[in-house]
Unconditional design. Structure first.
Length: 139
């Protein structure tokens, strides 16, 4: 099966709580490889632009504030069936509903501060990876 990519961010709560190493280890153990990685503090404008798809949602303003409240780690991951398998690896958006052993079950604080992002489609994975990286495909 052909490999595909997905995009993740280790969110400000995960970075502040020093879970960066544990989460990357979890992701590697789940069979993903790292294609590009960057430690970066988003401005509110950048966070708002990344989550523009949610701008009509009631949680949008809080989400933008939260995502620009501290540094994140942006990562492009590769694996067979990357998008779907990564969504399984991270678990449900609400950590209370995330399966035991998933990243959000283990490391998230709340439905907003839920440790990690994961792309929801191959098209969005490309768009999101391109938001942070220009040449991830060459590695
Ligand atoms: N979010 C929130 N409240 C909600 C739903 C989502 O604060 O009721 C935040 C949360 O950080 C989530 C992000 O908005 O990860 C994007 O929401 P989405 O529905 O796309 O969830 P995801 O794809 O991250 O599981
Ligand atoms: Mg989403």
């Amino acid at each position: 099966m052909t490999k595909s990519i997905t995009f993740t961010m280790l969110k400000p709560d995960a970075v502040k709580n020093n879970y960066t190493g544990k989460i990357i280890d979890h992701v590697l153990n789940a069979g993903f490889s790292l294609k590009a990685m960057k430690y970066i503090w988003l401005t509110a404008e950048q966070a708002g632009s990344f989550y523009a798809v949610h701008k009509e949602r009631p949680f949008y303003n809080d989400l933008v504030g939260y995502m620009s409240s501290g540094p994140i780690v942006a990562i492009v991951l590769e694996k067979e069936n990357a998008v779907e398998d990564f969504r399984k690896t991270i678990g449900a958006t609400d950590p209370q509903k995330a399966e035991p052993g998933t990243i959000r079950n283990l490391y998230a604080q709340s439905i907003e501060a839920n440790a990690v992002h994961g792309s929801d489609s191959d098209v969005n994975a490309q768009i999101e990876a391109s938001f942070f990286f220009s040449k991830f495909e060459q590695f």
